[in-house]
Design a protein around this ligand. Structure first.
Ligand SMILES: Cc1ncc(COP(=O)(O)O)c(C=O)c1O
Length: 434
């Protein structure tokens, strides 16, 4: 079949999506009157218009037209607890009785901090923020302040937040968070190096000795396509930081869920600083940055020369309560291992089937965080992935239109097996039109 048959099948899939979702379409048209593009979060926009979600229940999301989908996006990894976890719900309800804004220190805040410090080998002290983006901005800023240097090493395909993304032209195609054709960037002095290439990184950094204050890296590229960092690369960065006196920051906003202490614990590579976000707020807005005592103590308000770090909602009582109940009762080693094994098994089985049937797809990732890649030509692969997305919707499964697939605790093994079957059937149909 030719490219045009793929294109015309995609047009017909978009038409039937539009016909199936008249109420979402109306809601979307209305939303565009007050929100640019009808939304306030670029990553969740889908073509030709987004579904409007009415509610969630366990593993399901239900849209305004009454369709129920098994959610394999899990809010881009932050929705690890499913939609209605009873432990978190109970903690929040109790918390509500004590008031939502207290404007003071609470022991819940220090208990959450203590849990995070005991889990992450690199974190002696930690501070909270309201998002992963904010945590990364604070981590980079304090690293530059500490080293009295100006330059930050980042990696091509890296995503550290809405104003900290480093997608090249190729990656822009993936329409990752905040990168749909242009990105606003915090104006640090960046040096962009190739991911997983330690010798190229080393020779670039060595040309700027004495200038590089921070190296920030995701232990697995997340929005950049779920590409795991190799041990040689991540270990090489550790050595390079030591040699050049720069601060190594691991952005574990996504990879923290790969074990109780993130990927650093699995690989035993200990950065100077770590940033977190997403699920540590138990479903509420959250970010955290922490690290070595000498760096983090710069924020110690007992010192007359301390660095100020404000933030009205940094210790928002409900976030602290939800986060603490989640980390203590749900993010256990046993639960995380089970979820990550489920993801590894799913990816291995799917890749075996793709290869055996010569289907034009491949899945990359680690544990419960994965990305589907379409292997058609560079002109048609985006269409192939979009068509697969529509086929899966028709079968009752919700994945990110750009191919992210992330599991959550509300899922059973049967949910995952049902998803795999539907994905393979959908991939066969895409192959038929390619
Ligand atoms: C690795 C990574 N860092 C940082 C962020 C930004 O977090 P937030 O969306 O909470 O600002 C994300 C979000 O997807 C992420 O994946």
């Amino acid at each position: 079949m030719s490219t045009s048959s793929l294109s015309s099948e995609l047009s017909s899939a978009r038409r039937s999506y539009t016909q199936r979702n008249p109420i979402s379409l109306l809601a979307y048209e209305d939303a565009t009157k007050s929100l640019p593009g009808g939304g306030t979060r670029s990553s969740i926009f889908i073509h030709p218009f987004p579904l409007f979600i009415e509610r969630g229940d366990g593993v399901d999301i239900i849209d305004l037209d009454g369709h129920s989908y098994k959610d394999f996006v899990s809010d881009f990894t932050s929705g690890i607890y499913g939609k209605t976890d009873p432990i978190i719900k109970e903690a929040i309800i109790k918390g509500l009785d004590n008031g939502t804004q207290l404007g003071g220190h609470t022991t819940t805040e220090s208990k959450l901090a203590s849990s995070i410090c005991s889990r992450f080998p690199s974190v002696d002290l930690v501070r909270f923020a309201n998002s992963g983006t904010e945590a990364n901005i604070l981590a980079i800023s304090i690293a530059l302040h500490h080293t009295k240097r100006k330059k930050v090493v980042v990696f091509k395909g890296g995503y550290h937040g809405s104003v900290l993304s480093h997608f090249g032209e190729e990656e822009k195609e993936k329409e990752a968070e905040g990168a749909n054709g242009g990105d606003l960037k915090v104006p640090y002095e960046y040096i962009v190096c190739p991911y997983n290439d330690i010798s190229a990184t080393r020779s670039t950094v060595n040309r700027h000795v004495g200038e590089v204050g921070a190296i920030i890296v995701e232990p697995m590229l997340g929005a950049g396509g779920c590409i795991p960092g190799t041990i040689e690369f991540l270990r090489g960065l550790r050595e390079l930081s030591d040699e050049t006196g720069s601060i190594l920051i691991f952005d574990e906003v996504q990879t923290a869920r790969l074990s109780t202490g993130g990927r650093q614990k699995i690989l035993n590579i200990i950065p100077d600083m770590t940033t977190l976000g997403k699920f540590f707020g138990g479903g509420f807005a959250f970010g955290a940055f922490g690290g070595k005592k000498d760096i983090m103590s710069l924020f110690d308000a007992r010192s007359p020369s301390s660095i100020a770090h404000g933030g009205t909602f940094n210790n928002s009582p409900l976030t602290m309560i939800a986060g603490l109940s989640a980390i203590e009762s749900i993010l256990t080693e046993e639960n995380l291992n089970k979820l990550n094994d489920l993801g590894d098994d799913m990816r291995n089985r799917l890749n075996d089937s793709f290869a055996k049937e010569e289907l034009p797809f491949k899945m990359t990732g680690l544990g419960s965080v994965n990305q589907l890649h379409c292997l058609l030509s560079s002109e048609t692969k985006k269409e192939g992935l979009e068509l697969l997305f529509f086929y899966l919707l028709e079968r009752g499964y919700w994945i990110a239109q750009r191919g992210l697939i992330s599991l959550n605790f509300a899922m059973t093994e049967l949910d995952v097996i049902g998803f795999e079957d539907s994905l393979i059937e959908s991939a066969r149909s895409v192959k038929g039109f390619s």
